[in-house]
Design a protein around this ligand. Structure first.
Ligand SMILES: Nc1ncnc2c1ncn2[C@@H]1O[C@H](COP(=O)(O)OP(=O)(O)OP(=O)(O)O)[C@@H](O)[C@H]1O
Ligand SMILES: [Mg+2]
Length: 291
């Protein structure tokens, strides 16, 4: 239940344009989630959207490392009352706003409800509300990640051409669809030789999903293996910022364009508070709907 002060915050936000919430996930680790989340966020911002990137890899925060930023505060400081949410926000390229996770064992999902409500309230009173919230999650099939994905409107699953990545992506889609009621997945193929190889990889995943699962997959885009991306990582810069004309830089821009063509969610469910409320309330699907 929300307190009165929270409802007034909520009303204020309901009158704003809804935000799209996009979660980036993968079965196997190290396949490129953080690079995709950061570069797509920057590309969306370059197209004129107000974008916020939430680093939800709550164990090992790394968006800030990837972009060479040094955050002073993170969500754990908001919860402990040391600062407000606006003070945690750091700015990346193209005025991208980044909310850093905390390293250590802080987990938003394990917080007592008063602290969770404080986070929801904090998002409702942000000085500037984003049009798009991109959530970079941790790898693997955990309840925490499932809940982030369940609460978002778009789930991006990153897969690369290795047997373990493909089988782990399939396992994630299976568990998320059967146990969490998530039916739609946007697939990004990464580290491929070219678009053709990306298409083949997607088709492999799609065929087996069509046979055994009740899900809708879509190939959102392909990012080829790109030495410029590695170079940008070493320089702690986003490739779209450092080498915008590289093949991966172009691919991230195309993915951002495809995402913008997906219609915005219904007004209420599109707001960030609702994303957070769903996140904190969600869980495994029980008979008859989401628990
Ligand atoms: N398209 C690409 N071309 C070249 N190298 C890539 C590409 N995508 C990812 N990589 C390499 O893979 C590394 C891991 O990427 P990233 O950190 O984005 O993965 P992740 O899925 O977020 O990992 P984790 O599961 O640990 O969070 C990068 O540092 C980079 O070296
Ligand atoms: Mg990562």
């Amino acid at each position: 239940m929300l307190r009165k002060s929270q409802t007034s915050g909520l009303e204020k936000v309901l009158n704003r344009t809804p935000a799209k919430v996009i979660a980036v996930t993968s079965g196997k680790g190290g396949v490129g989630k953080t690079n995709i989340a950061a570069n797509v966020s920057i590309s969306l911002a370059a197209d004129g959207n107000k974008v916020m990137l939430l680093d939800a890899d709550l164990g090992l925060a790394n968006v800030d490392v990837l972009l060479g930023l040094q955050p002073k505060f993170n969500l754990s400081h908001v919860v402990s009352g040391e600062c407000d949410l606006d003070s945690t926000v750091i700015e990346g390229p193209q005025r991208l706003k980044i909310v850093p996770a905390s390293s250590g064992n802080f987990s938003m999902l394990d917080l007592p409800s008063a602290s969770q409500a404080a986070i929801i309230q904090a998002f409702s009173t942000l000085a500037e509300q984003p049009d798009v919230l991109v959530v970079d999650t941790a790898a693997g099939i955990s309840e925490g990640v499932a809940r982030f994905v369940q609460a978002a409107q778009q789930a991006i699953v990153v897969v690369c051409d290795e047997p373990a990545s493909l089988t782990d992506a399939y396992a994630l889609i299976k568990v998320f669809s059967r146990e969490y009621g998530i039916r739609r997945f946007q697939i990004v193929t990464n580290q491929t030789r070219d678009a053709w190889e990306g298409r083949i990889l997607y088709t492999k995943l799609r065929k087996v999903a069509d046979l055994y699962l009740d899900v809708v997959l879509r190939h959102l885009g392909n990012v080829p293996m790109d030495p410029w991306l590695r170079r940008a990582v070493q320089e702690q810069r986003a490739v779209v910022d450092a080498y915008p004309r590289s093949v991966s830089g172009q691919a991230f821009k195309d993915i951002a364009r495809s995402l913008q063509q997906i219609p915005a969610a219904m007004r209420a469910s599109g707001n960030i508070e609702f994303f957070l409320e769903r996140l904190l309330a969600a869980g495994p699907v029980r008979a008859g709907g989401i628990a």
